[in-house]
Design a protein around this ligand. Sequence first.
Ligand code: FES
Length: 109
Amino acid sequence: MNWIDIGALEDIPLRGARRIKTALGCVAVFRTGADEIFAASDSCPHRGGPLSEGIVHGQSVTCPLHNWVFDLNTGQAQGEDGRLDIFPVRIERGRVLIEGARLTARSAA
Ligand code: FES
């Protein structure tokens, strides 16, 4: 595993997200109300809405454009035919780490 430090947990707003730019496009890193962290592609599969500007509730995010709701564990849209790419993330001593090899693999696809 190739974990990349992308910043402090405190830099991500509670029930919000921070967007990180990668060579492949933007990835949204979400922080839930329970201080859990999830990472997913920032672009909604419906019409490209910026999910990092969506509303985080429980372990889900609602797209700001047309309100599709995505499970942040699986990336699956509830009741819709769409799915987000999900990336492994973890918290270590207050820092947020994302698995870099997966991002690289995605670029090669
Ligand atoms: S662009 Fe996300 S629900 Fe339409």
